[in-house]
Design a protein around this ligand. Structure first.
Ligand code: HEC
Ligand code: HEC
Ligand code: HEC
Ligand code: HEC
Ligand code: HEC
Length: 371
């Protein structure tokens, strides 16, 4: 009930403030606009993200509770969540996804059990205030500016990225157990680039925070996920996996991430840690599989527990040992990190065929030669 009251409060606040859609920022913040347009934040609504749309259709035909984080700038959030109104492809507030002005009007995060809530600026002014982290920033014709600590300590991310319970009160994703005041989401996901943040660069700034928010959809970022090390001694391969990210390896239940390890002799594979399915080697696989009340494998919306929960926390290390037949001098042991945006089993179930979504993303590789 409390959450519902808060929701109404927020909806009212959104209604009062004038909405500037993301395209209006392009006039001055050209580079940031282009970065943002390619980001999953811009593509977060069911109009632009096929995976999201299909999972949504699977969980509910008419209710769009997901709008809270995937289409947060919409005016009719409450009605959409309750299923009284349907998404509209002609509404900028909806197709904008996690929009510039939505993100930049968050003033405070309200922590609550089912999911956190973003508190927005409540000014009913025609000229909205954009919050950020710049020193000596000045207001423009389009908006005022104000600095706010949460754009520095990454707390602004936690309104949507913290955790989420399904209707059975089961937490289907969680980053919050890993988050603390030292978590630098912004440092890793908004790396600096040279130049000013707006066209005229009136303040002659030398760098700005980029807005592509790269993650699981980026080959470059996948390469930074983990560090792999290998050792071979007494017919045993020892693989060390170190999670280099500021969160668990699995933050979202759709993903599949694993290490493939092979031994090559004269270019031929003579041993591998699994034959067909990475889960054969559970210890080198990172995956979350849910079960429903009857212990059957389930999608997130009907989950009440875990069937498999193979994860590794931020900055933690894990060692996997393999007994192998005696290796010869010159044999190469090679480990490769592989990531799937969507577990191929789920992709099949949801009939997802977009190439970039179902392909394996190849991460870091490590190899040693037996001496
Ligand atoms: C509390 C905020 C919140 C709510 C509510 C929410 N999501 Fe999400 N969703 C996120 C965040 C944050 C991510 C990115 C997580 C990640 O990549 O680890 C995400 C990612 C996803 C993805 C992965 C998309 C991709 O590109 O592969 C799917 C699918 C998804 N959500 C489905 C849903 C559905 C369906 C609902 C409603 C039933 C929903 N979400 C409700 C916050 C939320
Ligand atoms: C008419 C030009 C113009 C437009 C249009 C514009 N801005 Fe700005 N914005 C500026 C200027 C100038 C600054 C100050 C830059 C500086 O200090 O380096 C600024 C600063 C900002 C800041 C930094 C605030 C801080 O204190 O850290 C944010 C955030 C921002 N704008 C968001 C937006 C968003 C979102 C939009 C679109 C809804 C937008 N702006 C549209 C000119 C504009
Ligand atoms: C208003 C809600 C909201 C806020 C605030 C938010 N995000 Fe997101 N974010 C999402 C959603 C929803 C997705 C998933 C979109 C999808 O895949 O459909 C996402 C996806 C991402 C991704 C994954 C990109 C990929 O490749 O899949 C990263 C990284 C990310 N966000 C980082 C951040 C960081 C860092 C912050 C804080 C500066 C932040 N987000 C603030 C809602 C939000
Ligand atoms: C030390 C660097 C680092 C920090 C700190 C960090 N991340 Fe990441 N994050 C990464 C890398 C690298 C990836 C891409 C690899 C992957 O997804 O497996 C990633 C992936 C993600 C994804 C997509 C994951 C998926 O599987 O869908 C989201 C969402 C995300 N980060 C959000 C956050 C948030 C929110 C914070 C702050 C609590 C944060 N990150 C802190 C490095 C970092
Ligand atoms: C997911 C939330 C989110 C979205 C969406 C987002 N921003 Fe930001 N933006 C931030 C955060 C956090 C910072 C502070 C980064 C820092 O200081 O390192 C920031 C910084 C900025 C700055 C100051 C950059 C600098 O370092 O000089 C400007 C200007 C800005 N944003 C404009 C925009 C515009 C325009 C859009 C859309 C095209 C946009 N933002 C979309 C979260 C967001």
């Amino acid at each position: 009930m409390k959450t519902i009251l808060i929701l109404f409060f927020i909806i009212n606040v959104v209604l009062q403030a004038k909405y500037l859609d993301s395209e209006t920022c392009k006039e001055c913040h050209e580079k940031i606009y282009h970065e943002h347009s390619t980001s999953m934040h811009h593509k977060s609504s069911l109009f632009s993200d096929e995976v999201h749309r299909k999972v949504k259709e699977f969980s509910s035909k008419d209710k769009y509770s997901c709008a809270l984080c995937h289409m947060p700038a919409t005016k009719n959030l409450g009605a959409m969540i309750r299923g009284q109104e349907q998404p509209n492809a002609h509404e900028k507030r909806q197709t904008d996804g996690v929009s510039c002005s939505y993100c930049h009007q968050i003033t405070k995060i309200h922590y609550s059990k089912p999911y956190n809530i973003n508190f927005l600026n409540s000014s009913s002014n025609d000229k909205p205030t954009m919050f950020g982290n710049l020193k000596n920033s000045e207001s423009s014709d389009k908006h005022n500016v104000q600095s706010n600590e949460i754009y520095k300590n990454s707390e602004v991310c936690m309104g949507c990225h913290s955790h989420k319970e399904n209707s059975h009160g089961f937490e289907v994703c969680n980053t919050k157990d890993q988050y603390n005041s030292k978590s630098d989401c912004i440092g890793c996901h908004m790396p600096k680039s040279t130049g000013g943040n707006e066209k005229f660069n009136k303040k002659n700034r030398s760098e700005y925070a980029t807005h592509s928010f790269l993650g699981i959809h980026s080959d470059k970022m996948i390469k930074k996920a983990v560090k792999l090390s290998l050792e071979y001694k007494d017919n045993t391969i020892e693989l060390t996996i170190e999670n280099k990210m500021g969160h668990s390896i699995i933050t979202h239940p759709m993903r599949l991430k694993f290490v493939k390890t092979v031994v090559l002799r004269d270019g031929n594979i003579i041993w591998s840690n699994f034959a067909e399915n990475p889960i054969e080697d559970k210890e080198a696989t990172f995956i979350v599989v849910f079960e429903d009340a009857k212990s059957n494998q389930s999608m997130p919306h009907t989950a009440t527990g875990y069937k498999i929960n193979q994860n590794l926390k931020a900055m933690n290390t894990k060692i996997v040992k393999y007994s192998v037949p005696k290796l010869q001098k010159g044999d190469e042991i090679k480990s490769t990190w592989i990531s799937y945006i969507i577990n191929p089993n789920i992709a099949k179930k949801l009939d997802i065929s977009t190439k970039d979504i179902i392909k394996p993303y190849i991460g870091t590789e490590k190899s040693i030669v037996v001496e």
